[in-house]
Design a protein around this ligand. Sequence first.
Ligand code: FAD
Length: 457
Amino acid sequence: LSSVLEVLGTVLPEERIILREGSLEKLSKDFYWYSPVLKRQLEDKKADFGLMIETREELQKVISILFEYQVPIQIRGGGTGNYGQLIPLYGGVILDLSGMDAIHSVEEGVLRAEPGVRIATIELEAGKAGYEMRCIPSTWVKSSFGGFLAGGSGGIGSITYGGIASNDNMVSATICTVEAEPKIVKIEGPDCLRVLHTYGTNGILVEAEMKLGVKRKYEQLIFSHADWSTLFDWTNSIAQDRSILKRLVTQFDGDIVDAFKPLRRYFTEGEHVTFLLIDEAFVEGVLASAEEAGIRFCHQMPLNFPPKPPYLTDYTWNHTTLWALKKDPNITYLQLGFGPTGFKERAQLLKDAFPDEIFHHLEFTANHEPEGEATGISCGGLPIVKFTTEERLNEIISFCWDNGIFVANPHTCILEEGGRHDDLDEKRRLKSLYDPKGLLNPGKMKTYESNPFTAPV
Ligand code: FAD
């Protein structure tokens, strides 16, 4: 370790080489503790040192040294990942790229930026030019562009545009390879998806281009109803109506919203709740439709620009789980897809099978195929799950699979176990090309056979 640190000291100032235990512990962790399973597996994992990188040139010099000394390399953006994606399984280094944070351009509806820029900053800059990001995670205040592309999937905005991998949302991704002489490679079009959502295992993102949407002025609306099915049907009707311009459609079981302390005064006890972000021009129509369907209108707040809290988004997507964990540390969650059709029936089936263990949190999204047309609006779930044992959690997961419910398992940090990777062979091929020694986040792409590190995980 001392010799590699000595050489790194020739290319980076001392204050950007992190060795202090407390700082290293912080740099090495994300929100993995959401999962009781990952908490047990990853609690003691940590990098040996951290490096704060500010430019692409610096990155290339550092990688060249790390390659020579065969050091495991983990990349960090904002550190808000949920599955321990960035946590080193074999020690090594954390490269903090939050200093590589330039927005190169926001032009003709396309953003070109470095990975470390915060999504909140992009929203601000894009907003000034009349645009908004097509989808953002609910962690948009803290998380980075690169971390979202490499570790996330979609979120607010996905009701209109789908997720990162949907449609033509991504224009290009530029990566730095891990070699003696690191190269910069730009991958354009849908091929770039092969280095995205791979947890930094097959390339280090140094720049990306993503399409933007037209900026809208949204109102934040809360509705409720005592009957889950009645509320679902109305919420779904709003979600399905593409003529209503919107950024968020979320429905929660009444048991969940009790955890949203700052908003409690707007809820009626025992009622299930829907949150919407709707373009202001459509609010009147949505309110009229709620009245006609007998849905209770609870509250409305504008979403200002530049953005100022309160944000309803702070309670949606994986923020819901955070509030629920604050109220009851014995809960956990799942990430489910209920299918392009029959989604209400599957959600109902799951609830009926585990009435005291599953509490529905539904996010409505547009389903797009890469390069394809929108194929419809459906709903996925991030249900709150009452946690008892890993065995019971696995029983619930098996029930989902047996009943046509897709599970992106958030209780694993292994790429192949966490989601659908239809192009895994290609992702693996790129890893051998761009990371020939297998130094990038070793152990996370488990089907990559040339992992040189063998310490037990
Ligand atoms: P990090 O945690 O720093 O990194 C994530 C992964 O990307 C790691 O594997 C890391 O190694 C890799 N990585 C980071 N930068 C690079 C790079 N330059 N090159 C290669 N690899 C890199 N996710 C969603 O998709 N939608 C949501 O709505 C959402 N809501 C969330 C709510 C909460 C409360 C929490 C805790 C998490 C949520 N997440 C969500 C997960 C996470 O916040 C997002 O995916 C976020 O965008 C990750 O960004 P980050 O900068 O924090 O990434």
